[in-house]
Write a protein that binds this ligand. Sequence first.
Ligand SMILES: [Zn+2]
Length: 375
Amino acid sequence: MSHFNPLSVYWHPRTFDHAPPDGAFKHPSMPFLAVDEPHPDKPARARNIKQIIEATFETDVFQTANPAPRSAIERVHDPAYVSWLDEFAANGGGYIDETTTAASEATFDAARHAAGTALAATEHALEKRPGVPYALARPSGHHAQSDRADGFCFLNNAGIAAQHALKEGFDRVAVIDWDVHHGNGTQEIFEDREDVLFMSIHNDHGAWDPTYHSQTGGLEEVGTDDGKGYTVNVPVPPGTGDQGYELIFDRLIDPIVTAYKPDLLVYSAGQDPGPSDPLGRNVVTRVGFRTLGERARQLAEATTDGRYLLIQEGGYQVSHLAFATLGVLEGATDRTFDLPTYGESDPYAWLDEAIEPLETALEEACDAHAEFWPV
Ligand SMILES: [Zn+2]
């Protein structure tokens, strides 16, 4: 018997077909530039993750997931929105209003298959099957709100996963989101409830669209009504890296999740805090992501009898994303791969971490959350 945990990757080839059109990301085509900007959510993101897993882990780790049934999607999303999205994609898609979020004809089908990977990983976790369930979900989910797409996200995979666990009779779910952007969609879905704890570590990037992205993930957003205290935002300064994220687990994630006593941990694993990500400003390396994977597993062992799953969120540097995600999976499965040429470290680690700004931000976050939690 092997000493490490096996890996189960839930995926579907249809998720690779979602292809937001190039050429109008954030700005219209510019006459003074020769080349249009490619949309950051390239299918290559997921293809590279799949390839690095194939090159390292055993060949039988992949399992094809079924698409999420409409009923599971509509436990989180407004049925009118789901119908609109289906029709919008069927008509060819395009950019949604003036936002950066864009669909192709395959997008609705890709999104419901992505949600299906999250459901399959959830069932794996709830049944305590051996090994680490990882949903290679694309498009991502954590910006999608109950009635709208946002931030390249259409269906909230983590929210659909959490809601499925509650439907199956589990009482409390904690969603921990380390994508470098605030998980505003997940927050919006659960902010008035106490049965889902939502914690987000993100750069303090502010709103990027007044209509579609007004939430910013500030310390003062702690949830509403019965959900007061069950939204925990941890904005971190640019330059936060391996050591900073570990400190955040030590000081906030571990104590709050332990006090909450969840039945399941859902990790929104966006690897865009990486050092070369075009849409992030943090410097977490493959080694730091390995630590995040370890901490994810250890926290589940300590609080949920080992029930947890990892769901892919963002990460936009198409090469680094693969190394970073490998790091997460290495940590979760308790093994390290010595890659030809690249060894066990990160080929993109070229900036030192700025720890002092993070320590200040962490003190502020602890002060803000001490009203509700033992931090
Ligand atoms: Zn992100």
